[in-house]
Design a protein around this ligand. Structure first.
Ligand code: SF4
Length: 353
C-alpha cells in the first residue's frame, strides 16, 4: 500500500491537486497557441484521450491574446506557460486557471510581484517550474546543473512567493535525466508540503520517454511523492496520456481500468497472441472499472492465471476457453474468442461502473 506524502490542496480550475486528490495527468499542446483553431483541436484530442489539465506555451503577445478565445471553447483547465516576459503573464492571469513561470527568468522582483498580484486577484495558482537547464545564475555558479541547484532554486522561489503572502503554489523540478530529477524531488519533498508536479523533461521519443518516465515517475510515485504529472514525449499527444495512465496504474497508485496480464509467448504458442492482446487493449481502453484480465497463449499457465482473473482467455490449438472468475463460460473457435472476451469484460464492468 502506497502512503502518499500529505500535501496542501490547490485547484487548477475544477481539478484538485494535492491533499489526497487523485493524481491528475497533464499534457501540453504543440501548435502555435495563436493558432486558435489548431490549439482548440489539440486540446479536445487531449481531453478525449483522458487528460485532466492542459498547458499551452505563451511566448508572444499574439499567443497571450489568443487565450481568452481558447478558454471559451474548451472545458479542460488551462495553464499558461510563460518565460521571460511578465506582461504576457499578466494578460494570461486574467483568463487561465494557472500560470507556470520560472520566477528566476521572469525579470525583476517587481515584475514577479505584479504577476503574483494578478494571480491573487483571481485566486489561481502558480507553478514554480524549476528546470535544470535554466537555473538562476547564482545557483548555477554555486551548484552547476545539479539536483542540489534545482532544490536551492525552488526553495528560493518558494520563499520569494511566500514573502509576498502567496502560497497557492505547486512545484516541478525537471531535468532531462532520471537520476537528477528523482534526487531533486526526493530532496525537496520533506522541506515543504506544496503539491508536486512530476515530470522528466525532454524525455525523447515514445520508447525512451516511456522508459525514463516509468523509472523516474514510477520511483517517486512508489515513494508516495507526486500530486500531478506529465509524461513528455516527442510524438503524438495521445501517447503522453496513455503512458501516464499506465504508469499510475502499474505503480499501483490508480486503480481504474483493466490490468491486462498476457504471457510473453514461447514455442508452445497456439495462436497470434500479439494481435489478440493489441485488439483487446484497443477495444477495452474506454473501460474505467478496475478489472484483472488475463490472455494466455496455451494451457500451461492459463488456468492458474485465470483463477485470479475476472475474465480470461486460454488459447489452445485453433480453439480456446473464455473464463469468468475461474469458471469456463465458453469453448470457442480461435476467431470468436476476443469478441466473447470483450463481451464478458463489458458485462462485468457495467455492473461496477
Ligand atoms: S502461457 Fe504458454 S505460450 Fe504463453 S509463455 Fe507460457 S507456456 Fe508459452
Amino acid at each position: 500500500m502506497i502512503k502518499r506524502y500529505p500535501t496542501k490542496q490547490i485547484f487548477v480550475g475544477n481539478v484538485a491537486i494535492g491533499g489526497n486528490a487523485p493524481i491528475s495527468v497533464q499534457s501540453m499542446t504543440f501548435s502555435k497557441t495563436a493558432d486558435i483553431e489548431a490549439t482548440v483541436a489539440q486540446i479536445k484530442r487531449l481531453h478525449f484521450a483522458g487528460c485532466d489539465i492542459v498547458r499551452v506555451a505563451v511566448p508572444q503577445m499574439e499567443d497571450a491574446l489568443a487565450l481568452k478565445s481558447i478558454k471559451e471553447q474548451i472545458s479542460l483547465p488551462l495553464v499558461a506557460d510563460i518565460h521571460f516576459n511578465h506582461r504576457l503573464a499578466l494578460i494570461a492571469a486574467e483568463v487561465v486557471d494557472c500560470i507556470r513561470i520560472n520566477p528566476g527568468n521572469i525579470g525583476s522582483k517587481e515584475r514577479v510581484k505584479e504577476v503574483v498580484k494578478a494571480c491573487q486577484a483571481r485566486n489561481i495558482p502558480i507553478r514554480i517550474g524549476v528546470n535544470a537547464g535554466s537555473l538562476e545564475k547564482e545557483f548555477l555558479n554555486k551548484y552547476g546543473q545539479t539536483s542540489e541547484g534545482m532544490v536551492a532554486s525552488a526553495e528560493y522561489n518558494i520563499k520569494f512567493l511566500e514573502d509576498l503572502g502567496f502560497d497557492n503554489i505547486k512545484i516541478s523540478l525537471k531535468a532531462s535525466d532520471v537520476q537528477r530529477t528523482v534526487d531533486a524531488y526526493r530532496m525537496l519533498r520533506p522541506k515543504n508540503s506544496y503539491p508536486f508536479h512530476l515530470g522528466v523533461t525532454e524525455a525523447g521519443t515514445l520508447f525512451h520517454a516511456t522508459v525514463k518516465s516509468a523509472i523516474g515517475l514510477g520511483s517517486l510515485l512508489l515513494d508516495g511523492i507526486g500530486d500531478t504529472m506529465r509524461v513528455s514525449i516527442t510524438g503524438e499527444l495521445e501517447e503522453e496520456i496513455k503512458v501516464a495512465r499506465a504508469i499510475l496504474k502499474d505503480s499501483g497508485v490508480a486503480k481504474d481500468g483493466l490490468n491486462i496480464i498476457s504471457c510473453p509467448t514461447c514455442g508452445r504458442i497456439e495462436a497470434d497472441l500479439v494481435k489478440a492482446v493489441g485488439e483487446i487493449e484497443e477495444r477495452t481502453a474506454h473501460i474505467k472499472a478496475a478489472l484483472n484480465v488475463s490472455v494466455m497463449g496455451c494451457v500451461v499457465n492459463a488456468i492458474g492465471e485465470a483463477a485470479h482473473a475476472d475474465v480470461a482467455i486460454a488459447y489452445g490449438k485453433g480453439k480456446g476457453l473464455v473464463m469468468v472468475k475461474g469458471e469456463v463460460v465458453a469453448n470457442l473457435d480461435e476467431n470468436e474468442l476476443v469478441d466473447r472476451f470483450v463481451f464478458e469484460v463489458e458485462k462485468m464492468a457495467s455492473k461496477i461502473d
